[in-house]
Design a protein around this ligand. Structure first.
Ligand code: ATP
Ligand code: MG
Length: 234
């Protein structure tokens, strides 16, 4: 496959975020160079989805900044958005459209021009070849999830993929297929940032993998950790 041009780099710099009057994290940082797979870890409610939204620019941090190729994403706006694919926790697919229409519209919204052949291929890659013209509202939860993920197969030119729980509701074969697609994107120089609660081996060189434990930046965790250190000192 063609290598991505114009080396991407996504950097979280000292991010702080409060939600619902609770400080979720402070001083959160990582630096994702081209060809990096970043897994966000942490228990329910630690702020992984919130962090993804900061990384997409959909939400603003209370302190710190997100840099793309060294520039603040809030200044880059469309110049960053055009390089990004975000598949959120909710599927983002429209029930009253068919599977192929959903992928076509999602691609078009990302300024990706696709042929019908490419759309059929994308849906076939996620195992939906028999449901191409089926209304999405008539599909199962896992099948709807696959419609959302089919977008990745027409998004290889987009350097940054941000995926919230991409493996949820997928069967074993689909998990392996998706993991392989993610790995291929990383090997081609993309940056993939994802959350997962499942152990899932994405087959990339371990040197390309990074885990960011969001709870490690939680002030509550720091308090608990310092208390346990105090106890250990006694
Ligand atoms: N729209 C919102 N308004 C206010 N608080 C919110 C909102 N969405 C989430 N929160 C709060 O922010 C915190 C972090 O939520 P978030 O969804 O980022 O966690 P998460 O790590 O993704 O959890 P999960 O593993 O369950 O997906 C939670 O305490 C949640 O209650
Ligand atoms: Mg979440």
């Amino acid at each position: 496959m063609t290598e991505l041009q114009n080396q991407p780099r996504l950097t979280a710099k000292d991010l702080e975020l409060e939600r619902g009057e609770r400080l979720l994290f402070r001083g959160l940082h990582f630096d994702g160079a081209a060809g990096t797979l970043v897994r966000l870890a942490g228990a329910n409610g630690t702020g992984k989805t919130s962090l993804l939204r900061l990384l997409t620019g959909l939400m603003q941090p209370d302190a710190g900044e997100v840099l793309y190729k060294g520039a603040n994403i809030s200044k880059l706006k469309e110049d960053y958005a055009k390089d990004l694919v975000y598949i959120g926790h909710m599927n983002g697919v429209k029930d009253d459209l068919s599977a192929i229409e959903n992928v076509r519209i999602a691609a078009r919204m990302g300024n990706i021009i696709t042929t019908d052949e490419e759309l059929v291929d994308a849906l076939t890659r996620v195992g939906l070849q028999d449901f191409i013209d089926q209304l999405t509202g008539e599909l199962s939860q896992g099948q709807r999830r696959r419609v959302a993920l089919a977008r990745l197969f027409v998004s290889k030119s987009k350097p940054v993929w941000i995926l919230d729980e991409p493996f949820v509701a997928l069967d074993v074969a689909s998990v392996a297929n998706l993991a392989a697609t993610v790995a291929e994107h990383v090997e081609a120089g993309g940056i993939v940032i994802y959350t997962t609660h499942q152990e899932c081996d994405v087959p990339v060189d371990p040197a390309r993998k990074m885990t960011v434990d969001v709870s490690a930046f939680s002030p509550r965790r720091s308090w608990a950790a310092s208390k346990s250190e105090e106890a250990a000192d006694v």
